[in-house]
Design a protein. Structure first.
Length: 140
């Protein structure tokens, strides 16, 4: 039996549809962006783009540092952050980032390494929720 025949069993088609449903649900409520292991932007969903005010064409191929304070982006802490992700460690928490107009944006996010079939990290996916308004309310 060929690989194509195996991949089109009713069970695998259902599993594929279920997986697509999960991805669609995440994309409805989360800001999602994908990176190369070095922080280069691959793609982002509409929720992410509307949060930061950029189009996909403006950010694809750029580095994640474009959303960070320049002093943080130049720090050892930031370099170590990406090194740890590239080694397969995830990171989650509240992060201060900046949008296209320079506005401060707070997100609750997780940076998740994605692994290939051999367990090697191949990219990073970030899932984020914009918590800027909550931060402003608690600061008042």
């Amino acid at each position: 039996m060929g690989a194509k025949e195996i991949s089109e069993t009713p069970e695998s088609l259902k599993a594929g549809a279920d997986l697509q449903g999960v991805v669609d649900a995440i994309n409805r409520v989360q800001a999602v962006i994908e990176f190369e292991l070095d922080g280069t932007i691959l793609t982002a969903n509409e929720n992410f783009l509307s949060t930061v005010g950029y189009s996909l064409d403006e950010i694809r191929g750029q580095h994640h540092r474009m959303f960070c304070d320049p002093s943080y982006a130049a720090s050892d802490e930031y370099r170590d952050f990406w090194m740890q992700l590239a080694m397969g460690e995830f990171s989650a928490g509240e992060y201060k980032r900046f949008g296209k107009r320079g506005e401060e944006i707070w997100i609750n996010a997780s940076y998740n390494p994605i692994f290939d079939a051999d367990g090697k990290p191949v990219k990073v996916v970030k899932f984020a929720t914009n918590i800027t308004e909550e931060k402003r309310r608690t600061a008042e």
